[in-house]
Design a protein around this ligand. Structure first.
Ligand SMILES: Cc1cc2nc3c(=O)[nH]c(=O)nc-3n(C[C@H](O)[C@H](O)[C@H](O)COP(=O)(O)O)c2cc1C
Length: 366
């Protein structure tokens, strides 16, 4: 199971436990790293103070390589007409929950590129890996992180994004297929989303760049990891399969919904946050399916989506919950992260060791 990724990081397994804002925890990432994979936390939804605490907790639980993930979206354009039209479309939902529709949409997350305090924190903390989602890091911060000894990973959803990431000095490309749960790492959603599936994306990106490639999207068992490696990836990043781990910060209902009938038909929507993200279809997504391209820029709509979810939660119905998950959601598991990683690695190894016997006899003869 040695690949360019395991060599670069000095880890045992070509497996990355995906960073998942609101779901991955320092305990989950430490367990993953201690089990020989690369564990990740996301600090994209935190301010620098909270991120500092999370990184300290992670470092105290493992001395193996870890990944700290940040969001590199552009600062949202404020468009009064668009924002008020969006709030107007949400009125019936707030009214149904007996609430006033909020007067505006606050910007709830600051991009890493606009957050010098977060940049300083990561340069000082020097995690083995810093990963970027939604675009490239600002060149000065990228150079300083590299100087501090960090390896830089960047999500790409097209070969063109991967080429741009290579030119910007990234060390590893996370090739995210359309199957993936959570937000798509698309650099500029207004320029369109190519929606490339992972089977096509891995060889496309491998041909376009010379960097190690980590495959992400719909991988939920050892066969998926073996397939990604066979297609030319150097590692597999998995998110949805970790949602139900006891170390997860997600409510139990999130995992149960992924395992249930709704988990079999996830959709990509811009209606929740303003950027395309895959998850279980909730009332907001279903109602705004046709209007989603009119959503204000990320992360503005997220404030309203979170307010609706908080208001609906006491009813116990998951109508407005944002339950992100990928296309393989029904295969998600619930074992502790270390056990899950050991199982995934054993399944993958068994397949790779016995690869010829999985081929149909006539294929083998040919
Ligand atoms: C609940 C959830 C939250 C996520 N949050 C993040 C995040 O904060 N940062 C990030 O880079 N990717 C995030 N992702 C995407 C993952 O990095 C990865 O691309 C995806 O989980 C792979 O597809 P899979 O879920 O089918 O395994 C998230 C995914 C999920 C399921």
């Amino acid at each position: 199971m040695r690949t360019a990724l395991t060599e670069l990081l000095g880890i045992d397994l070509p497996i990355v436990q995906a960073p998942m804002a609101g779901v991955s925890t320092p305990a989950m990432a430490a367990a993953a790293s201690n089990a020989g994979a690369l564990g990740s936390i996301s600090v994209g939804a935190m301010n620098a103070a909270a991120a500092g605490e999370a990184i300290a907790a992670l470092k105290s639980a493992t001395n193996r390589p870890v990944n700290v993930n940040v969001f590199t979206h552009r600062k949202p354009k404020r468009e009064e007409d668009r924002e008020s039209a969006w709030l107007k479309a949400l009125e019936p939902h707030f009214a149904a929950l007996g609430m006033e529709t909020p007067a505006d949409l606050p910007e709830i997350y600051t991009s890493f590129n606009d957050d010098p305090e977060m940049q300083r924190l990561l340069i000082e903390a020097r995690p083995a890996v810093v990963s970027f989602h939604f675009g490239l890091p600002e060149p000065g911060a990228a150079a300083a992180l590299k100087q501090a000894g960090c390896l830089l990973f960047c999500t790409a959803t097209t070969p063109a994004e991967a080429v741009a990431a290579e030119k910007a000095g990234m060390d590893v490309i996370v090739a995210q297929g359309y199957e993936a749960g959570g937000h798509r790492g698309v650099f500029d959603p207004d320029a369109g989303d190519a929606q490339i599936g992972l089977f096509a994306l891995i060889p496309l990106i491998n041909t376009a760049v010379s960097l190690p490639v980590v495959a992400a999207g719909g991988i939920a068992n050892g066969a998926g990891i073996a397939a990604a490696l066979t297609l030319g990836a150097d590692g597999a990043q998995m998110g949805t399969v970790f949602v139900g781990c006891p170390e997860s910060a997600a409510p139990d209902l999130h995992w149960r919904t992924l395992k249930g009938p709704l988990g079999a038909a996830t959709e990509v929507t811009r209606a929740v946050s303003g950027r395309p993200a895959r998850g279980v279809v909730n009332r907001l997504m279903a109602d705004l399916r046709e209007r989603q391209t009119a959503a204000p820029e990320y992360p503005l709509p997220y404030a309203a989506a979170k307010a609706l979810a908080a208001a609906a939660r006491p009813t116990g119905a998951p109508d407005y919950e944002t339950f992100f998950g990928g296309q393989a959601a029904p295969l998600t598991r619930s074992a502790p992260a270390a056990e899950l990683i050991a199982d995934l690695a054993a399944e993958c190894q068994e397949i790779l060791a016995n690869a010829p016997q999985y081929l149909a006899p006539d294929t083998q003869q040919a």
